[in-house]
Ligand binder design. Structure first.
Ligand SMILES: C[S@@+](CC[C@H](N)C(=O)[O-])C[C@H]1O[C@@H](n2cnc3c(N)ncnc32)[C@H](O)[C@@H]1O
Length: 221
């Protein structure tokens, strides 16, 4: 079987994306495991993870490094955070999730992965977890909320290093079901620009996710 590296820590095995399993033999969401050249890889499903979808749809600014510090907003049960944990194996990922039900599943994942730090917090109130965090290299936001952009910018301003990269997964229907997704995306992008951010990449996530767009941003100064 052939394996190629797409980005640091991200591999392609045949047509599938994969990350090297930090916790060999253990699956997080029923994903397939592949053993190759003495290492175990977890197949990364683009229909379960918007970051995998963005990579497959041509993302070029992939900011994660082996020792990156990451703040993840909307960690849910840990599907995408677990792949980030595989990639940044010498760094750590703070996982913010406000639903106690999702947090219970997330805790099972974090218990086995020492570089995942669970935080039962509301991402609209970042000052509540300000004392717990250090500045991060990458902020990833996937909260599917009406105020997604505002929440993303507020967290970026408090927690991102000045040269940090932000990734926001915009779900048009969570913002306004009555507007066309195109219009919603334009408005969210304009909010980010007015808020002092430069949009480096815009990635449409179809066919993996309907009416979703990934925006990769940095501070404009
Ligand atoms: C679309 S899911 C995230 C899926 C996850 N990013 C993945 O790829 O594995 C959105 C999650 O954001 C959480 N969420 C929504 N609003 C939030 C908030 N204000 N603070 C923290 N978590 C929030 C929800 O409970 C839900 O688990």
């Amino acid at each position: 079987m052939e394996i190629t590296q797409k980005f640091p820590g991200v591999y392609q095995i045949h047509d599938h994306l994969a990350t090297e399993n930090l916790t060999p033999t253990i699956k997080v969401y029923g994903e397939k495991l592949e053993e190759l050249e003495g290492k175990e890889y977890r197949i990364w499903d683009p229909r379960r993870s918007k970051l995998a979808a963005a990579v497959l749809k041509g993302m070029t600014t992939f900011p994660f490094r082996i020792d990156s510090k990451v703040l993840y907003l909307g960690a849910s049960a840990g599907t995408t955070p677990s792949h980030i944990s595989d990639i940044i194996r010498e760094g750590w990922v703070y996982c913010v999730e406000f639903s106690p039900r999702m947090m219970r599943s997330l805790l099972d994942v974090c218990q086995l992965r020492e570089n995942m730090i669970p935080l039962l917090e509301d991402a609209t109130k970042p000052r509540n977890y300000l004392p717990l965090l250090q500045k991060v290299d990458v902020l990833y936001s996937d909260v599917a909320q009406p105020k997604q952009s505002e929440l993303f910018m507020n967290n970026m301003r408090l927690f991102s290093k000045s040269d940090g990269i932000g990734i926001i997964m915009i779900k048009a229907r969570s913002i306004d079901v009555t507007q066309s997704p195109k219009k919603v995306f334009r408005e969210e992008e304009s909010k980010l620009k007015t808020g002092g951010f430069r949009v480096l990449e815009k990635i449409n996530l179809e066919p993996y996710e309907k009416d979703h767009r990934a925006l990769i941003c940095e501070f404009a100064f």
